[in-house]
Design a protein around this ligand. Structure first.
Ligand code: IMP
Length: 181
């Protein structure tokens, strides 16, 4: 049975519904499982926006991958505009040196956050470092950053739900939707 997504009053429209999100995350999980089969993978969620995506993605990984999970937190947006300021609020618990790292993010917009974060992590000399993002707004890039795994390319609109927030609200919505202005 298809999942129904009631439109939340804060949304002008649903961009990606639950069933579409679920199917694509399973595909990403299968792709990552193939790519890291037989390896030990350190999956690093970028708090807080990635948590709902990460929870589903982790469960879509097969037993062929030996998965370790950690989190980082960096400062990002206040309201709707990018400050460009990146500050590490929570660092990895264990060193990523020599490990295969997969950073999991909710959305890549300007690319400033992940450019800074991947530079910081590369300084710790992981064996490999890739990024998996649920959403990508390629039109908004201010750096040439390109994530290897992308769930959905979306237009330049401010979206919430499925972990993404507007001033800490709407993360709980089961779909990705465009916020009413
Ligand atoms: P970037 O550094 O501009 O790529 O920004 C990445 C961060 O900005 C994401 O992790 C989000 O927290 C936030 N962000 C960018 N676009 C949106 C959006 O449309 N909705 C909610 N948060 C967003």
């Amino acid at each position: 049975m298809a999942l129904q997504t009631a439109v939340h009053p804060a949304l002008s429209r649903v961009l990606i519904d639950e069933a579409t999100l679920s199917a694509r995350i399973k595909e990403l999980g299968a792709q990552i499982t193939r790519d890291y089969s037989g390896k030990r993978l350190m999956v690093v969620g970028v708090l807080k926006g990635s948590v709902i995506f990460l929870a589903d993605l982790l469960r879509a990984l097969g037993p062929e991958v030996d998965v370790e999970t950690d989190f980082v937190a960096v400062s990002s947006y206040a309201g709707k505009a990018s400050t460009g300021a990146i500050r590490t609020l929570l660092d990895l618990r264990h060193s990523p040196e020599g490990k295969d790292l997969l950073l999991v993010e909710d959305i890549v917009d300007t690319g400033l956050t992940l450019t800074a974060l991947t530079e910081t992590l590369r300084a710790h000399r992981p064996n490999s470092l890739e990024v998996c993002t649920l959403l990508d707004k390629p039109e908004c890039r201010k750096t040439p950053f390109q994530p290897k795994y992308v769930g959905f390319k979306i237009p330049n609109e401010f979206v919430v739900g499925f972990g993404l927030d507007y001033d800490e609200r709407y993360r709980q919505l089961p779909c990705v939707g465009v916020l009413k202005i």
